[in-house]
Design a protein. Structure first.
Length: 559
């Protein structure tokens, strides 16, 4: 299929960065695919400069500002260059899971890596688009990085010459009943495959490592390819080539190409015809991303409705800043914002709230005739809430502009978790912003710990909890007999019944250490300690013996 340059692509210049290219003697799937994409650009009259990532400096990037950057494998790209690229227009052609420090998300439950294993997140976030090679590759990257500018190319690139050669081998007689690829690449799983064959009495023959054309000849002779990769293959070209050549596959669920409908439904020459069309589609996605067009992004992560619950009393000095912070959240329009005015004498409604309520139909304001406790007010909010996710937001605290979105997406992608929380900077100044605050990067201590039942001796969720409403529907509301530590009691009750929490290792807000706050002021310190003491002994089995022994001396006597 001949392509003709049209429109803005004629004027493109591309600076293509990868660890290795075919010219370097490296011929893995990533290098082959990159090379074919570069050839497609050049056939279209587009100027392409290629550069090994280990040789790139920020000055190289500055010298090519008139180019569009495509970054493929980038293990050897310096942090300084990644930072410099964030000021430029660039795409990431994702190979081999460079967003996880292990390069393999399949070792984690639900292919969702804990936060401490996520790498290069800022680099992926700043790209104009991230191109993935299969459905499972795209969805796995999306849920680990929580980004939506992800393209599923749904295929790889083969040249016309290679496809013609594959087609010439389709009718090769099958003389090898079961073949196992001989490979020293541990990710290709030769030892595990051989063990499987022996354990299941499958006679097999090793297919030796050969030059590409010679390997295809041997693959074409094979009736069934037995292949158990040990990591999530972003695509896996050999499995597609095997299907083209009429081989059956005995494999596991770690082949990216197998997540595509066409892989399951097409055979032989049908696949070749499909790949020729797919090649044009892949190419056009890249052109669209670099010009005025729009690549075809996968379905975005769309959290369900969130209920934000706020209790307000004598909040005049915070309310203007607070309302601006809440309504500026990236997904505020999809939220329900419940404000419970506990009979405050400060006139917050007349001075500030009325204008916001007129502007935003998703704000629900209720003024109470009495001043109930915090626990009683929160329970009113929970009974009013219609969102699937719930968060509490104190009027004197601040959150990063995307905090609600990050919290909600983490709940969305991990169905095993009931509540998420994150780090906060602790400040001593009122109405500070996330971008400009006096914390000196000091963290709120309680939320700095990773979740475990034993770590719940601290009130881990702190000022940034978000949870599934089903959790409190199941475990009951806040204990209204408590005045100071009702949240700690609530979380412990949920953990005791089997709820799972998760820490997000990002700083998503500011905790204001309010000297006048219910949980911080000197007045009532003894009553507060005694309430916390009773909770500690009530939930000692949640903490475990080691933690109980560590803290029981502290809580030994009433005050």
């Amino acid at each position: 299929m001949e392509r003709r340059s049209t429109g803005p692509s004629r004027n493109l210049r591309i600076f293509f960065i990868a660890d290795f290219f075919l010219k370097d003697g490296v011929s893995g799937g990533a290098e082959v695919c990159n090379d074919e994409l570069i050839n497609l650009f050049r056939k279209d009259g587009i100027e392409v400069t290629i550069a090994n990532s280990q040789n790139i400096t920020p000055s190289h990037i500055a010298d090519h500002k008139d180019s569009f950057f495509i970054v493929a494998n980038f293990m050897m790209l310096s942090a300084e260059c990644k930072h410099a690229l964030r000021d430029e227009a660039y795409l990431i052609y994702e190979h081999d899971h460079k967003y996880v420090s292990t390069n393999d998300p399949s070792k984690f439950r639900n292919m969702l890596a804990p936060s401490r294993f996520i790498i290069n997140k800022d680099f992926y976030e700043a790209a104009r688009a991230v191109f993935c090679q299969s459905k499972i590759h795209a969805k796995t990257l999306q849920k680990n990085l929580l980004i939506d500018h992800v393209v599923n190319l749904g295929g790889n690139l083969w040249s016309d010459e290679k496809m013609a050669y594959l087609e010439s081998l389709i009718d090769t007689p099958k003389t090898r009943p079961n073949g196992v690829m001989s490979s020293q690449n541990k990710n290709k799983g030769m030892p595990a495959t051989i063990k499987y064959c022996k354990d299941n009495n499958i006679d097999f023959e090793l297919i030796p490592p050969l030059a590409y054309e010679d390997f295809l000849v041997e693959l074409a002779k094979t009736e069934r390819l037995v292949f158990f990769p040990q990591w999530l293959e972003t695509f896996n070209r050999v499995s597609v080539e095997a299907k083209i050549l009429g081989c059956r596959l005995l494999t596991n669920k770690l082949i990216g190409a197998a997540s595509e409908d066409w892989f399951r439904n097409l055979q032989g020459r049908e696949i070749i015809s499909f790949l020729k069309v797919k090649r044009e589609e892949i190419y056009q996605n890249f052109i669209d991303a670099m010009t005025s067009g729009r690549p075809t992004f996968i379905e975005p992560l769309q959290p369900p409705k969130i209920s934000i619950i706020t209790s307000m009393y004598k909040s005049k000095k915070y309310i203007m800043h607070f309302m601006k912070e809440v309504t500026n959240q990236t997904i505020f329009d999809e939220c329900e914002f419940i404000i419970l005015d506990a009979n405050s004498p400060d006139g917050e409604y007349e001075d500030v709230l009325a204008a916001y309520i007129d502007k935003y139909p998703n704000i629900i304001y209720k003024r109470l005739d009495t001043t109930p406790t915090v626990q009683e007010t929160m329970n009113m909010g929970l009974e009013m809430a219609t969102g699937e996710y719930i968060t509490l937001w104190n009027v004197d605290d601040t959150r990063r502009y995307d905090a609600l979105e990050v919290l909600a997406k983490n709940l969305l992608v991990d169905s095993t978790v009931d509540l998420v929380y994150a780090d906060s900077y602790q400040t001593g100044g009122i109405n500070e912003t996330y971008e400009n605050n006096s914390s000196s990067a000091a963290l709120y201590e309680h939320s700095s710990y990773e979740y475990s039942p034993s770590a719940m001796v601290k009130c881990l969720p702190g000022p940034l909890p978000m949870w599934r409403k089903t959790m409190t529907d199941t475990n009951g509301l806040f204990d209204e007999s408590l005045k100071y530590a009702g949240d700690w009691d609530m979380w412990l009750r949920c953990v005791r019944s089997g709820s799972k929490f998760k820490k997000i290792n990002e700083v998503l807000g500011l905790y204001y250490y309010n000297p006048e706050g219910l949980s911080t002021r000197a007045e009532g310190a003894n009553a507060r300690f005694n309430e916390e003491r009773s909770i500690f002994f009530k939930y000692k089995n949640v903490f475990g013996q080691a933690q109980f022994s560590k803290f029981k001396e502290y809580f030994k006597n009433e005050r």
